[in-house]
Write a protein that binds this ligand. Structure first.
Ligand SMILES: [Zn+2]
Length: 346
């Protein structure tokens, strides 16, 4: 992909801001980058001038360093104005982590889609040991080896250590709604597959899309199966909601949660679709001989992964297998030991 800064977009794009700093995408639209302690190593958050304050989009994960970076942004970059609303695109910890902390600090309301809010509240209420045990059960049913299951059960718990408790009230937002922010009219779109009801914000007049994790410039967004719905088909939802985004103008400036702002929305959507089509064809060939989900996933990715990444390998493998099963290109059957095997139909 070409460097978007070399494109003749009306305003040249700024370099990524350092921790605790902001970069202006345009007046009244600020870019903040918060650190993460694993890939993709950072998450982008956005501040939109909202009358006598700012609307914050996404809050970063709860770490002492992230809180310090926000202290600096709030003290230096907002012209003395408060955060008046906090909008969270989806329930993942790197986006929602500090939402409760920012809301409390400014007395600001939380805006979230219903499914995303409920999912976050549910995960915060679930005992961390249960979340790990459920993930291990999904891995075991997929045929993952015992050392991976042991590793999983001994690892740092998911979610609760990374997310400040959420406010007990929220303002529901949903696809199709208009959102007035300052002088601007934004339209909300739904992204699916990576998260169930991810909110994307489009500013038609300014030609800007805050894309959350739906369309990322370099990496393919994670699309995986989670324990509560082992036969889910998130890949269909992902591809379908991306397809809907093709209705937005091709010259839309995309502000992704990970990576740098870019032009080329339509091209990127087509590249992502081709990538998954290739993976699906490969997996179908791999399963000409019936295999467990674990075996098939390892072969699909064609490289080695460490124990921490295995959860995503299995989750993404299952997403592709379920897509193929739902369309009759593979069947799910029981092996002699009761383990699910994926093989050719007929
Ligand atoms: Zn993310």
């Amino acid at each position: 992909m070409t460097d978007p800064r070399s494109d003749d977009h009306a305003t040249p794009l700024p370099a990524p801001p350092g921790p605790g700093q902001v970069a202006a995408i345009r007046p009244g639209l600020l870019w903040v980058r918060m650190p993460l302690d694993g890939p993709p190593w950072h998450v982008n958050c956005w501040l939109l001038r909202d009358g006598a304050g700012w609307l914050l989009v996404d809050a970063g994960i709860d770490r002492p360093g992230t809180r310090l970076a926000w202290d600096s942004v709030f003290a230096t970059a907002l012209g003395g104005l408060p955060v008046t609303r906090v909008l969270i695109t989806h329930f993942h910890a790197d986006h929602v982590g500090l939402a409760g902390w920012v809301c409390e600090r400014f007395g600001a309301p939380l805006l979230m889609a219903r499914t995303e809010y409920l999912q976050a509240r549910l995960l915060l209420l679930e005992a961390p040991a249960t979340l790990l045990a459920e993930q291990a059960a999904l891995g075991e049913a997929a045929g993952a080896p015992a050392d991976y299951l042991r590793h999983l059960l001994a690892r740092r718990p998911f979610y609760r250590p990374d997310v400040v408790p959420l406010p007990l009230h929220h303002r529901r937002i949903a696809a199709g709604q208009a959102l007035r922010v300052g002088d601007g009219d934004w339209t909300l779109h739904r992204g699916g597959g990576h998260a169930p009801e991810m909110m994307l914000l489009h500013d038609p007049a300014g030609g800007v899309l805050i894309a959350a994790d739906q369309v990322l410039p370099r990496i393919s967004p994670y699309v995986g199966v989670f324990p509560p719905e082992p036969e889910a088909d998130p890949l269909a939802d992902f591809l379908d909601s991306n397809h809907h985004l093709l209705a937005l103008p091709a010259d839309t400036l995309v502000l992704p949660s990970h990576g740098d702002p870019f032009l080329g929305l339509h091209d990127r959507i087509r590249v992502l679709a081709a990538h998954h089509a290739e993976r699906l064809a490969l997996l179908e060939a791999i399963c000409a001989t019936p295999r467990t989900a674990y075996e098939a996933s390892r072969l699909m990715f064609q490289r080695d992964y460490d124990m921490d990444q295995m959860l995503f390998v299995i989750g993404e493998g299952l997403a592709h297998l379920n897509w193929l099963v739902a369309r009759g290109r593979l069947v799910r059957m029981r092996g002699a030991d009761g383990m699910a095997l994926y093989g050719p139909p007929g």
